[in-house]
Write a protein that binds this ligand. Structure first.
Ligand code: 48F
Length: 278
């Protein structure tokens, strides 16, 4: 510690700071333009899904409209910063190094900031590239009717007055897209807005059914698009969850398995509708 507090900072100019930021940003942004897996939403389902796929060597990008990552995982409900998970999903938190307390048989509680920050760090450690302050505005669908990317923009642009804020979005491409945007189901909603997909919206709360049903319904909801987490509930009209997070984590894991299988199949079939460029 003393070697750090005794030394003076290395000498640099202001322009060096700006140049360092710009170069690193540009280099990483270039890698995000075309990935294996593009995940919309950095809540618990999206983060664990991205972590597992990145650990398998896939190029994973998460776009998140907020500045902060974690979605609803920082709070367990009603501003109480503890999260509840039911067995057997408590072992996922334990594997992340998060302490859990068993409050009654099969019902575990963890500290929300601890759980959320561990999950974010694990995703970053695995190599997931994060584009925060980036909102999904639309989807890219190829002639073969496969969803192969997201149309995104700075999320802050929606707060800029229209006359000065008319800023075109850009497209990011991937082999598979994951909708992990929670109750909004923002990616599926883009398809619904264009009458390509039916979305039912969440039903009333029923914790006994909701967690199992979210995992069971985690699936490919349109060619190239997998829904995980509460987006699954919104698409299929399942009961809302309440502040219990096990199904978010297990659904994210299931989504990663489906994405792996989809990419294997995608690579084998080598789509013909995709324009081949450098
Ligand atoms: O809401 P969120 O945490 O989704 P989740 O992973 O987990 C749900 C639980 O937190 C909780 C629950 C179950 O216990 O009911 O709500 O399914 O995270 C979704 C993330 O997606 C982002 C949003 O800011 C949040 O961080 N998001 C939503 N719409 C967009 C988006 C969009 N259009 N573009 C980019 N990010």
């Amino acid at each position: 510690m003393s070697s750090q507090t005794n030394a003076s900072f290395s000498r640099i100019a202001e322009r060096d700071v700006t140049r360092a930021l710009a170069r690193e940003y540009a280099a990483e942004f270039e890698q995000c333009i075309e990935s294996d897996v593009l995940i919309a939403g950095a809540g618990p389902s999206g983060l664990i899904c991205g972590k597992l796929l990145a650990e398998q060597g896939y190029r994973v990008v998460i776009v998140e409209k907020n500045n902060y990552l974690g979605g609803g995982f920082w709070m367990g409900g009603y501003l109480m910063n503890k999260v509840v998970v039911r067995a057997p999903s408590h072992t996922i938190l334990q594997d992340l190094g998060v302490p859990v307390v068993e409050r009654q048989e099969g019902l575990f509680v963890a500290d929300a900031p601890h759980a959320c920050s561990r999950l974010i760090a694990a995703a970053c450690d695995a190599g997931v590239k994060i584009r925060n302050m980036t909102a999904v505005e639309d989807v890219v669908v190829t002639e073969g009717e496969r969803l192969c990317g997201l149309v995104v923009n700075w999320s802050s642009i929606q707060w800029v007055p229209r006359p000065i804020g008319c800023l075109d979005p850009i497209a990011l491409e991937s082999k598979v897209v994951i909708d992990a945007t929670g109750h909004d189901a923002s990616v599926a909603q883009c398809l619904a807005n264009q009458s390509i997909l039916d979305i039912r919206g969440c039903g009333p709360m029923c914790v006994q059914r909701s967690e199992d049903e979210v995992v069971e319904h985690t699936s490919i909801v349109y060619p190239g698009l997998i829904a995980v987490g509460m987006a699954v509930s919104a698409v299929f009209g399942l009961p809302r969850m309440g502040p219990s997070f096990g199904a978010m984590l297990v659904s994210g894991i299931r989504g990663a398995e489906l994405a792996h299988d989809y990419i294997e199949q995608y690579s084998a079939e080598a789509p013909t509708s995709r324009v081949e460029t450098k």
